[in-house]
Design a protein. Sequence first.
Lengths: 342, 612
Amino acid sequence: MAAEAAPKLNRKDFVADQDVRWCPGCGDYSILANVQRVMPELGVPRENIVFISGIGCSSRFPYYMNTYGFHTIHGRAPAFATGAKAANPDLSVWVVTGDGDGLSIGGNHLLHTIRRNLDIQILLFNNRVYGLTKGQYSPTSELGMRTKSSPHGSIDHPIDPISFALGCGATFVARTIDVDAPHLQQVLRRAHQHKGTSFVEILQNCPVFNDGVFSEVEDRKTRSESALVLEQGKPLTFGSAGRLKGIVMQNGLPQIIELADDDDPVERGVVVHDERQEMRSYASALATLKRPDFPVPVGVIREVEKPCYEEMLVGQVNAATEQNGRGDLKDLLNSGDTWEVS
Amino acid sequence: MTTKSVLKIDDVAIRFAGDSGDGMQLTGTKFTDETALAGNDLSTYPDFPAEIRAPAGTMAGVSGYQIHFSSKDIHTPADKVDLLVAFNPAALRANVEDVRSQGMVIINGEAFTKKALVRAGYSEDPLPDLTTRFNLVEIPLTSLNREALQGLALSQREVDRCKNFFALGLLCWLYQRPMEATERWLKGKFKDDVLEGNLRTLRAGHAFGETTELFPTHYTIPSAKIEAGTYRNITGNTALAWGIVAAGEQMNNPVFLGAYPITPASEVLHEVARHRNFGVKTFQAEDEIAAASATIGAAFAGQLAVTISSGPGFILKQEAIGLAVMVELPLVAINVQRAGPATGSPTKTEQGDLLAAIFGRHSQSPVPVLAPASPGDCFHTILEAFKLAVDFMTPVVVLSDGYLANSAEPWQIPDIDSLPRKPVSFAKAEDAENFQPYSRNSETLARPWAIPGTPGLEHRIGGLTKEDISGNIVYGPENHQHMVDLRAEKIARIANAIPPAEVEGPHSGELLVIGWGGTRGAITAAIEEARENGQEVSQVHLRHLNPFPSNLGEVLNRFDNILCPELNEGQLSMLLRSRYLVDVQPFSKIAGQPFKVSEIFERIDAILNQKD
Ligand SMILES: Cc1ncc(C[n+]2csc(CCOP(=O)(O)OP(=O)(O)O)c2C)c(N)n1
Ligand code: SF4
Ligand SMILES: [Mg+2]
């Protein structure tokens, strides 16, 4: 609607005039290019788009977007975004954070922002390492990962961002891959469409400090075996012709079965993906699927509806104004017991 | 009925003390309201326990409310009280040493059982000894109240809960206070038998004073000479909250308050949250870091942003405030200081966070710092803080304290038209052509406030070192030095926008007493006492702690001695000494209590007598 009047924008309109300073080959480049590609399609006037980030390689993102942008402090971007969105609900607010920024120092803010369900998008670039500080293990690093700060191997059990978001009551949870342009774009569009907090984990390669952690799903040749591409209403199948497999539930636990090419997966009991399932247990079960035993689910894992914080906040302001009339400062200062001195 | 004599007196201080469940704060506030309506000047000091429900009858659970009222100008809740009402032995034990010699102590005799004495920590009956030192009046409060409420459909507990109003009625008689405001308040608050019970016992207490032999005299305190106008009682916390609401009105822009609950600042969040019909938004964050961060996010999006906390929470906000310094966004950060370090004494007062406010962030991170001097002054200080924040595009810290937060004083309600009024202005889409996010106002050095939603002004801000004017990231040494200097200069220029330091008393001489914030009342009272003694003393009380008023150095140099009383270990003294190279004499107190007038007076006296 508003976009009709405005001149049509293209990708270039979203490219800022600053040099991009990520290492060559960094997955962040691909994410940036795809975000810039999707922006003109959203129908949001550019001046209403705000990118807010914390600190980390990933959090440099706003500087490269020709929109409003705010590079804040380590871990707190969701809180800054909360204030901006609550202040002006017309803004399209995008948070960019990393696995360290979002799940370590900023875990608390991520939790509470997701639970409040403001209508914003949170993109968590997960490279399973602290990139900017030169390669320490992060909250998503695998047990045993050797880094400069864990020369004997990490002894921290990793957290799964998707399970975390689901546990916080996220109304939109998705996972995508830095280099899978069509998939990434599709997920971004869906995240934007969703009314409420959209949490998107983007698997991102850091060629310098954690090269290849996601190579199985990033590499087109191995992707069909190692990624479970979720589509609403479609059975959970993966693999290629001749080697098709499906996910079934046995005793409440996911299991893999082999499928013949001419099998009807649904008849064979393969679970049909339902992102709109209100019960969180289905999405939580999906989130437990991990390599090497299972393929990694990518796509929209869950989308449900809940009232948004900023709408309720504005609703309260409006209701109070309707009920008591617009506040009057003189009346306020003179309320209660007063007396005259002459 | 006996006729009682009426004695005219000028000045009284009383204290109600009881268990935290006895309603002492309520009794005190109602007595305060009646006293204000009687036209006296007054000052109050509530002192309540940190524990929400400490065991009944113990010292930990004692809650007190002190009020000082007078036919003259007064500045403090008074060092000693003339009358103490103690509802139980613990209340007596915790408070009796604050009663002046031969002052009156009214106790509820029925509460002084053996068991209660033990629970209060008395190993023997204290009353025989106290009778020699005070005018001890024992009344059977519990049964007098029960008698008055006979026949009402109330449980024994509900009946006993009314007894504070018996005491209130008695004191209203004793000091000839009206009771209409209390009755009106009761009628608005309660109904049926609970209302009837409270009204009856209030009136019974009054009648008891009139008829009993225990009080041969009652008192009248003529009204004080006060500037004409409309008045109300106000606490510092209410004044902060209303200042926040008023800022939105006067600057014609919605307010966003982000906070995380903490004593003694939470009430401000509560009070502002009640006024959503002014368009104010309140956000109870998950912690103080989020509170400050969300607030800065709201400022970025164009709202009048304010965050409030007390010491521990204020410290958590420092990194975010540093970011606001860097990105030059307007923000008001209020710290209602309390006694620390760590959790310290949450309900007790202190001025320990001055240096933390000025220097407590990493690197060179200058912010203006203001401090209100009285409960009512909190209102005006907030308005000024917002104005400076917006005019200079900077975070501003306001340092209130636990004493100001809860104390009440009569406050002349300002005429709205007399309040500063200046709608905020944002950078406009029409200026997109030449827009530079870090361009400067030549006078204030402020950068433009360009908010999302404005076409053509899309820009990025952030914590990385920025190039002046363009706001692009650059790391060069010259630019870094330039930007550090620029931010410092911007804050220094605020000295041009604030009034010069005003000297109260002679403009030069032997002794200047300089203070800041909530200690003004005690310092002023001590100086008045010294003057009555024939001593010559001058006073400067600072609202602006950073930058200092431009004439301050010159003022300090005109005095032989400078005394600086503070509720910390000499933080303002340290600043004045290093900045102006003058021999400021610190006077510290860190007891969780405000200064007593006598403490400051004795210092003044000592300095003026030392030279011979
Ligand atoms: C308060 C604070 N503590 C520590 C740092 C240092 N620091 C900057 S980024 C970072 C980790 C970033 O990791 P991640 O969020 O995974 O981002 P990535 O660089 O991997 O994209 C750390 C520890 C900081 N900037 N601020
Ligand atoms: S360190 Fe890793 S994450 Fe950071 S820019 Fe380089 S490649 Fe990318
Ligand atoms: Mg990382």
